[in-house]
Design a protein around this ligand. Structure first.
Ligand SMILES: NC(=O)c1ccc[n+]([C@@H]2O[C@H](COP(=O)([O-])OP(=O)(O)OC[C@H]3O[C@@H](n4cnc5c(N)ncnc54)[C@H](O)[C@@H]3O)[C@@H](O)[C@H]2O)c1
Length: 301
């Protein structure tokens, strides 16, 4: 398949998970790729991030598909580091046509208990990092008069969840960035769209710390996690989605099939967003007076 023949894609968070799935999908469609990843842990993130071995594995799997790959360690919180990766990518591969901002982290605490550093690490990585990523390639794409940017938000870009105020704020913010970038880059023939995944089965969700947070016990297993994630979805048999499902959506936004589409959100959530809003565990409180209201709540006289 050659849907991206002759293209070069720059992907952050490319060492594993969705970023790796995008690199492999794009390579299998004829693109060369530039990937970067932090390849070390983050201070307030309670699960391990990627390693250099993960980054090297993505590179060798791209090369096994017959495509070229530039792989660099870089932190999306640093504009300087991303600028260097982009410069090297253009030097070695000639140009960049597609940019995917996939790097991201999560952590969890009620917002009133959240230390400043935890808040900042998620905002800096998941929101500011997306700005840095697109900023690093925008001048090059403007000069060439074409390009596609794909920003990974989340269903948390539209809703929220327990202990995720910083994550939800960043992911809502990514949608704001996507619209602003699309507006400013449209006159330069550069398209910008966002993907909103629901639960994806990779190391961000399926790790001991996240499982303990979800289940409230430290012995929850991958099987428990997979079973529980079915409750997120409407489509039959869909537990946490494969990373390749998000890569398929990214391929659509990267390819000519979406050449007239910009400024949009694509929810990849097996129907999560249409689940009815229903409280299974409402809390009864004697102090809160609810009906029956005399006079239908209207004060007479
Ligand atoms: N996993 C899910 O359930 C889920 C759901 C919705 C959205 N997302 C989003 O999808 C994106 C990809 O996550 P994933 O599911 O592939 O998880 P993942 O943890 O497997 O991959 C994320 C990658 O980003 C890298 N990274 C983290 N901080 C970085 C930094 N400062 N600089 C450079 N790289 C950094 C990590 O090392 C890792 O390789 C993230 O933006 C995430 O918020 C994930």
């Amino acid at each position: 398949m050659d849907r991206l023949k002759g293209n070069v894609a720059f992907i952050t968070g490319g060492a594993r998970g969705q970023g790796r799935a995008m690199a492999l999908k794009f390579a299998s469609e004829g693109a060369d790729v530039v990937i970067c990843d932090i390849c070390s842990d983050a201070e307030t993130v309670p699960y391990p991030l990627s390693t250099s071995a993960d980054l090297a594995e993505t590179r060798s799997r791209v090369e096994a598909l017959g495509r070229r790959c530039v792989a660099e360690v870089a932190d999306v919180r640093s504009q300087e580091q991303l600028d260097r990766v982009v410069e090297r990518g253009i030097d070695e591969l000639g140009h960049i046509d597609i940019v995917c901002a996939s790097a991201g982290v999560h952590s969890f605490l009620p917002f009133w208990e959240m230390p400043e550093e935890m808040w900042q690490e998620v905002i800096d990585t998941n929101l500011t990092g997306v700005w840095h990523t697109v900023k690093a390639v925008a001048p090059h794409m403007i000069e060439r008069g074409e390009g596609a940017a794909i920003l990974t938000s989340s269903v948390m870009g539209k809703e929220t969840g327990p202990d995720l105020a910083h994550y939800a704020a960043a992911k809502h913010g990514v949608i704001g960035l996507m619209r602003s970038f699309a507006f400013e880059l449209g006159p330069h023939n550069i398209r910008v769209n966002a993907i909103l995944p629901s639960v994806v089965h990779d190391k961000m969700g399926d790790n001991p710390a996240t499982r303990e947070w979800v289940f409230g016990r430290s012995d929850a297993t991958t099987e428990d996690y997979v079973a529980a994630t079915r409750n997120w979805h409407v489509l039959r048999g869909r537990a946490a989605l494969p990373a390749a499902a998000i890569a398929d959506a990214a391929l659509f936004f990267a390819s000519a099939e979406s050449q007239h589409i910009t400024g949009t959100e694509l929810v990849v959530d097996a129907g999560h967003s249409i689940l009815p809003g229903f409280n299974h565990t409402p809390i009864h409180d004697e102090r809160i007076a609810v009906g029956p209201y005399p006079n239908d709540g209207v004060t007479v006289g």
